[in-house]
Design a protein around this ligand. Structure first.
Ligand code: NAP
Length: 289
């Protein structure tokens, strides 16, 4: 939107978190508003946990359309909302808030962003068996949404750290709320991980292992664990081709990175705020090449 187009009717919303200056979200949402002729703007606000409550109150009172949250605000924000979606409740984090006339409703579109990016690769999650590496924020979002979308069995694999216990709690929550069978395995137990992978259709890396600058690292030490027929997906998109993807490609396996998870989580947030479809092809062409 050009400055001259901002009027007394223009609504705003944006991203809260810290840091936020690097985010692609303002570019993708503002291009979408402009393209669809929606009188709104999206800005980024560097807000840590201490100022979050006050900022959320301001966003509610100023009749914004809503906002996104990034680290470190995704959990803390739940204290200030009026309603939480099923997926966000199970994940335990909110990345998108809709302001419905002063009533704040929390959603999590990271998980749908991931499952949409999987579908886009022609992979139908229904009835499939998935091994998910990691138990952090991104892993929890992907795990919950895959279970809600009909994955038959989900094997969460994390190293033995304090998050291992959290992973067990998550597995328990998902098992109680969906028909997906969920178990948790120690990443250090290579023979167990090998046998999980042998029975899986999809491997999802949601650890940060392999992310820049540590691009020579892979969460899978022995590539012979990656057997034929397995699809390998990495949530990392910096670099675009991770060491894990390289290992999988050398074994002839299909791979994809986390680039389009980012795009589709934004598209889902845009739909919640506007009821319209983001012009995904245009946004992809402009910012995701
Ligand atoms: P996080 O909450 O910090 O979780 C990191 C995960 O990686 C944890 O399970 C952690 O295990 C594991 N991990 C870290 N170092 C490890 C190591 N040396 N060996 C084994 N496991 C290790 O981070 P996050 O927000 O979930 O993000 C995880 C990855 O997803 C990042 O690379 C991020 O860039 C990517 N991501 C992508 C998108 C997207 O839109 N594509 C969105 C969000 C995140 P411990 O708990 O044991 O430390």
């Amino acid at each position: 939107m050009h400055l001259q187009q901002i009027t007394g009717h223009t609504r705003f919303g944006g991203l809260l978190g810290s840091p936020v200056a690097h985010s692609l979200s303002p570019a993708m949402h503002n291009l979408s508003f402009e393209t669809l002729g929606i009188d709104a703007v999206y800005l980024a606000f560097d807000v840590g946990q201490e100022k979050l409550g006050e900022t959320v109150r301001v966003f509610r009172d100023l009749n914004t359309y809503g906002f996104n949250l990034t680290m470190p605000d995704k959990k803390k924000v739940m204290e200030y909302l009026d309603e939480i979606s099923e997926a966000a409740g199970l994940i335990g984090a909110v990345n998108t808030v809709v302001n419905d006339n002063g009533r704040l409703i929390g959603h999590n579109t990271d998980g749908t962003g991931y499952t949409e990016s999987v579908r886009e690769q022609g992979f139908d999650l229904k009835g499939k068996e998935v091994t998910l590496l990691g138990a952090g924020g991104a892993a929890r979002a992907a795990a919950v949404q895959m279970a809600l979308d009909g994955v038959k069995a989900l094997h969460i694999v994390n190293r033995r750290s304090p998050s291992f216990i959290e992973a067990c709690d998550l597995a328990d929550r998902i098992s109680r709320h969906t028909s997906c069978r969920v178990d948790v395995t120690d990443l250090g137990d290579e023979s167990a991980v090998r046998s999980l992978l042998a029975g899986s259709d999809l491997l999802t890396n949601a650890t940060s292992v392999g992310m820049a600058p540590d691009t020579d690292a892979s969460p899978i030490r022995d590539p012979s664990m990656l057997e034929s027929g397995l699809v390998v997906s990495d949530l990392i998109y910096h670099p675009r081709r991770t060491k894990l993807m390289e290992q999988a490609q050398e074994r002839g396996l299909k791979t994809f990175n986390g680039m389009y998870m980012l795009l589709w989580q934004g598209a889902a947030a845009f739909r919640l705020w506007t009821g319209r479809e983001m012009p995904v092809a245009l946004v992809r062409e402009r910012y995701f090449r």
